[in-house]
Write a protein that binds this ligand. Structure first.
Ligand SMILES: [Zn+2]
Length: 363
């Protein structure tokens, strides 16, 4: 039992090992844990371990079964993930499966799912149910992986419950969720839990470097993912650099009291940024805010944005740290409000004012 492609998670791996050793892999497993801990990878490796006949219980990575699993083309491994609402309409089963596979490949490569405006629709769950009811053809079992399993509306949730209430004997369902508490209690009660714990910074770094990310970036990602809601995998991308630039300009303009810079920044953000953009912005802002607290309390060695220590020090000199609590509260409120379609410009303006006031004493 090695699951070598999954970083850390010794306890979960031991649990899986025990299941295979006793010949009792549960019908339904819930893989939970915060963003970036390796849930996707673990789910796929578990599906491989169930399907591989060369090294059952682990997966050999080289047999046809493992290779098909890795490319998400195994006929007995089915993957579901939320797609934007409306994409499932008026297409054939084959087209839907191919759309799902496309999306899942991107997702496995670190892509994100726009959770708002997307869900696991009832049609897809029923499609899955039908597929899972057939006997497996190339593996001992059929495995279904349902990513972002909490991301469904009532109709979807009820379909899922129906499936889990009477699972076919040869079926294994792997539910994956970073917000498991949002699942129906009746669904939860049918799952064997497999919680993944937060990775240590060194483990995140190791994971990224193994995936080919430059050491410096890996280091930043490792630090940013500690205690923040930032997926390490997103730190490498171009859009991350752009978002970072926006957040830094936002903070800079507030703490230097330069309103014209703020307006310029809004223009660059574009008319009406979507929820995903806003969420990304707030998450990163939150990381900088946390750095300001850390810098104040523990000095520069603990900050996440290691390559921005000078800038942080400048901001830190400008803020009255006692007022940062107010900024943090304002940020929490903004996080909540953007979920309910509150105008993003309004949220940003409020946050900016709050931040500006925290710096006003020294301006
Ligand atoms: Zn294999």
């Amino acid at each position: 039992m090695s699951f070598s492609r999954v970083t850390g998670q010794q306890r979960a791996k031991a649990q899986i090992g025990a299941w295979f050793a006793s010949g009792r892999v549960p019908h339904t497993v819930l893989i939970s844990g915060q963003e970036g801990v390796g849930k996707r990878r673990l789910a796929l490796e578990l599906a491989k371990a169930i399907s591989c006949r060369q090294r059952p219980g682990d997966g050999c990575d080289t047999c046809p079964s493992c290779i098909k699993a890795d490319t998400l083309s195994h006929p007995n491994i089915h993957v579901l993930l939320p797609l934007p609402t409306g994409t499932s309409r008026s297409t054939t089963d084959a087209e839907q499966f191919s759309a799902l596979r496309e999306a899942a490949l991107e997702y496995m490569a670190g892509g994100t799912v726009a959770r708002s405006g997307s869900n696991l629709p009832k049609d897809h769950l029923m499609l899955l149910q039908r597929e899972m009811s057939f006997a497996p053809t190339e593996a001992p079992k059929r495995v279904a992986i349902i990513f972002e399993a909490d991301c469904m509306q009532r109709a979807g949730a009820n379909s899922l419950l129906k499936i889990l209430e009477e699972p076919p004997r040869h079926a294994v369902f792997l539910l994956v969720s970073a917000a498991a508490d949002r699942l129906l209690p009746t669904v939860l009660s049918r799952c064997q839990r497999l919680p993944l714990r937060a990775l240590a910074a060194s483990e995140v770094r190791e994971q990224l470097v193994a995936a080919g990310v430059a050491t410096e970036r890996a280091d930043l990602a490792a630090r940013l993912s500690q205690g923040n809601r930032i997926r390490p995998a997103t730190v490498g991308g171009d859009d991350f650099a752009a978002r970072r630039d926006l957040v830094e300009r936002f903070m800079d303009s507030a703490l230097h009291g330069r309103e014209e810079d703020y307006w310029a920044l809004l223009e660059d953000l574009g008319g009406r940024p979507d929820k995903q953009q806003m969420e990304g912005f707030f998450e990163l802002f939150s990381a900088y805010l946390r750095d300001l607290f850390l810098l104040d309390l523990q000095g520069p060695s603990r900050v996440a944005n290691v390559d921005r220590v000078d800038r942080l020090a400048d901001w830190s000199n400008r803020v009255d740290s006692r007022r940062l609590d107010g900024v943090a509260r304002s940020l929490d409120a903004a996080f909540d409000s953007q979920r309910y379609n509150v105008n993003p410009q309004l949220l940003l303006a409020e946050l900016w004012q709050q931040l500006r006031r925290s710096g006003a004493v020294n301006n």
